[in-house]
Design a protein around this ligand. Structure first.
Ligand SMILES: Nc1nc2c(ncn2[C@@H]2O[C@H](COP(=O)(O)OP(=O)(O)OP(=O)(O)O)[C@@H](O)[C@H]2O)c(=O)[nH]1
Length: 358
């Protein structure tokens, strides 16, 4: 029999684009300690890949698809939580005892947390849990220097999880990143992501366990940075960030594609904040997920199956000030070589940019 808390904690998993939120979430959800967890994933709807990678699709897994959780989907977030609560009351979903929201990599955590407090229904049933922020050891320093979203995500964290340390050649840079995070948010627990950690209980568990961890750590947990909270309801997206989708109907040649993506990120990685997508490859039944983060191309992953009836390749690009036409020309050069035709559409992040003043 599960004891449902009077106020169900809502934990926020945030972190800049491609910093490893979904990877961490997938690992944590495999831990029996998090069995009673409802999960809300906010991502750019046109691709809808993260929930596939987490590999848990059930009634307590909800996708928020129409934009970014901190601005355009705040209403959708509140509604999803109210709906989960009501279905739990009626016994229509498993009796979850905590909620984890995975935000988009551009989300400002403050508005998400304030939604819980300001909504007249939610505030009687939910409370803010911990904010866990992933920070990429390879790209984290430059992201903190360049993007206010990244700084805000790190500054509000109760726990900072440093990812991709296995890829970080420069140990001096890693220790510089750790000191930078300690300056920015001295109260947060800082841990390294890996196969063995951090522990699910430490990140999203019972508060008493978290307090015990706080005592053991050299630093505390609860970030309270008033300078950052002043703008709690403002959404501070970097103005030049936009996104678009590349869609290709014909199967893609992997070798040509790999060369193109590697060359693109080598040359323009500073401005390609994230590329993520699902590819239909020539000669492959199963789709392949591809991930790039700035100059870094991650190894492709075969997925178990297609997320929907649509079998075309779709890639979302989130770019900072990169001319879309440049990318289009470059992709078309590749597409011609591979005898495929690419279509470009504006993506969700352009909508984020347009709503920042609303
Ligand atoms: N080597 C290595 N790769 C990692 C690690 N964490 C994540 N990755 C890879 O980084 C890429 C992006 O990871 P995701 O978990 O999708 O990142 P995300 O933060 O959810 O991305 P967005 O939702 O697009 O912002 C994937 O290819 C992961 O396999 C890590 O600790 N080490």
């Amino acid at each position: 029999m599960v004891d449902i808390p009077v106020f169900t904690p809502v934990h926020l998993l945030t972190g800049f684009l491609g910093s490893g939120k979904t990877t961490l979430l997938k690992r944590l959800l495999a831990d029996p300690a998090l069995a009673d967890t409802a999960v809300l994933i906010n991502e750019f709807g046109e691709i809808g890949l993260d929930h596939q990678l987490v590999e848990r699709i059930d009634d307590t897994m909800v996708l928020l698809q129409s934009g970014c959780v901190c601005c355009t989907v705040r209403g959708e977030l509140a509604e999803a939580l109210r709906d989960l609560h009501s279905r739990r009351e009626r016994g229509l979903v498993p009796p979850f005892t905590r909620v984890v929201i995975e935000s988009t990599g551009l989300a400002d955590p403050f508005p998400v947390l304030s939604t819980l407090k300001s909504d007249p229904v939610l505030r009687h049933h939910f409370r803010a849990g911990s904010v866990v922020t992933t920070v990429d050891a390879v790209n984290g320093l430059s992201q903190l220097d360049t993007y206010v979203e990244s700084t805000r995500q790190a500054a509000i964290a109760d726990r900072l999880v440093i990812t991709k340390t296995d890829l970080c050649q420069d140990k001096a840079e890693l220790s510089f990143l750790l000191s930078r995070l300690a300056e920015l948010n001295p109260d947060a627990l800082r841990t390294i992501a890996g196969d063995d950690g951090p522990d699910a209980e430490i990140l999203f568990g019972d508060d008493t366990v978290q307090r015990a961890a706080k005592l053991q750590s050299t630093s505390g947990f609860y970030c309270d940075n008033p300078a950052l909270k002043v703008t709690a309801d403002g959404v501070a997206h970097h103005t030049a960030i936009s996104s678009f989708i590349v869609a290709v109907d014909e199967p893609i040649d992997w070798t040509g594609f790999g060369v193109w993506l590697t060359m693109l990120l080598n040359r323009h990685g500073d401005r390609v904040l994230r590329v993520k997508g699902i590819l239909a490859l020539a000669g492959e039944e199963r789709p392949v997920a591809v991930h790039g983060v700035q100059h870094l191309v991650h190894p492709p992953v075969h997925l178990a199956g297609w997320p929907s009836a649509e079998r075309s390749s779709r890639l979302v690009f989130i770019v900072d000030g990169l001319d879309v036409n440049l990318l289009k020309r470059s992709f078309n050069a590749f597409a011609l070589a591979g005898n495929v035709e690419a279509r470009l559409q504006p993506g969700a992040a352009s909508r984020i940019r347009n709503t920042q003043s609303s």
